[in-house]
Write a protein that binds this ligand. Structure first.
Ligand SMILES: *Cc1c(COP(=O)(O)O)cnc(C)c1O
Length: 361
């Protein structure tokens, strides 16, 4: 038997979630965000699964975009981080990519460019997140400077929310108000909404939405939200038990003896560890499922192995299936038990984990 660990990815689920994103904002187009290898789900496979219907894709950088172009994706591709140096301009021109412009140096590089094709741009405003984008007072001048360039095509006005996952929080409304104020005299299409704003803030939908995590079936919201209820995880990370033993009360399990058995315990060992991307900081009690039944992690996560409490699982035996995250174990719940977020569990998935695609590609 080969090592039983694998990630199964349901492409139909991703496609359904993209359609859901379009239904939520029926007058907007939607960029499928596939940066960081589609949040660890495989950018080429995800983009191909969406190729027939997606209005466009968003990635972090030119390298990620070229990978999509080389696999036959012809839809618009947005570069969320923009251009890192003017040396990237010929690549952007040849591959017809759409950079975000978030700083004056980037704007200047574009002004001096002499591309063969007009370059479409997304001009980014810092409406309060204070990470990237032009300050509100600089935004109209930046737009004017870009709009007068003959080599620049369509300009989309964009901004990004810091706290859209907390729908009751006034910060999103404040950012939206700031953006609307500054853009009121600029006649160009607009884009604000990530997954969380798509679900919870209809006023932000505008002309283009940018769903990411929801495509992969994980709720972007901090707390349960009715519109997130229909999402189902696209990725299942699963393995099997490779050892089962009885351990006496009072005995420690694994490195550092972090967990000590409170009672005689049947301990299962599953083939997955932090070198696969399983979170090393998972605490005792973190959720895991064996044969479809929820139980808990006990003991520290090793490089290639974890240890599991099998006391509540009747007849658990070597070879039984173990789900690390998916439809039985919420990636968000495991992430919470590990001091992180589902986004990071997915993007940390290691290359050595075989990926199996299901659904119509
Ligand atoms: C990653 C990203 C998104 C998607 O965010 P989700 O929370 O995954 O929906 C949208 N816009 C920008 C600018 C991003 O960087």
């Amino acid at each position: 038997m080969a090592r039983p660990l694998r990630a199964r990815i349901d492409l139909d689920a991703v496609r359904e979630h993209y359609r859901f994103a379009k239904r939520l904002a029926p007058r907007a187009r939607a960029l499928a965000v596939v940066k960081a290898n589609a949040y660890g789900h495989g950018a080429i496979a995800i983009a191909r699964a969406l190729a027939r219907e997606a209005d466009g894709f968003a990635v972090a950088c030119v390298e990620e975009a070229l990978e999509l172009r080389e696999s036959g994706i012809s839809a618009p591709i947005l570069l969320l981080d923009g251009i890192f140096s003017p040396a990237e301009l010929p690549l952007i021109d040849d591959a017809r990519l759409t950079p975000v412009v978030h700083s004056w140096p980037q704007l200047e590089w574009l002004r001096q460019a002499r591309p063969r094709h007009r370059i479409d741009c997304w001009l980014k405003m810092d409406s309060g997140m204070h990470r990237m984008g032009f300050a509100p007072t600089d935004f109209a001048p930046a737009y004017a400077a870009l709009a007068e360039c003959r080599q620049i095509g369509t300009i989309v006005l964009m901004s990004h929310f810091a706290r859209a996952d907390e729908p009751e929080h006034p910060f999103t409304a404040r950012q939206l108000h700031c953006f609307e104020q500054v853009c009121q005299h600029l006649s160009a299409p607009r884009s604000l909404a990530n997954s969380a704003a798509l679900l919870s803030c209809a006023r932000s939908h505008a002309d283009w939405t940018r769903p990411g995590i929801m495509l992969y079936g994980v709720s972007p919201m901090l707390h349960p939200h009715p519109l997130a209820a229909s999402l189902r995880p696209a990725m299942t990370l699963e393995t099997a038990l490779i050892s089962v033993r009885e351990v006496d009360a009072g005995e420690p399990i694994g490195y550092g003896g972090r967990f000590v058995c409170e009672r005689p315990t049947r301990v299962g060992v599953a083939a997955v560890g932090y070198a696969d991307g399983y979170p090393r900081h998972a605490i005792d009690g973190a959720p895991v499922a064996v044969k479809g039944q929820l139980t808990r992690l006990i003991g520290r996560v090793s490089m290639d192995l974890i240890t599991i409490d099998l006391n509540g699982i009747a007849n658990a035996a070597i070879g039984d299936p173990v789900e690390l995250w998916g439809r039985q174990v919420s990636a968000t719940a495991l992430a919470q038990a590990s001091g992180t977020i589902a986004y990071q569990l997915f993007t940390n998935l290691n290359r050595r984990v075989p990926v199996v695609y299901e659904g119509i590609a």
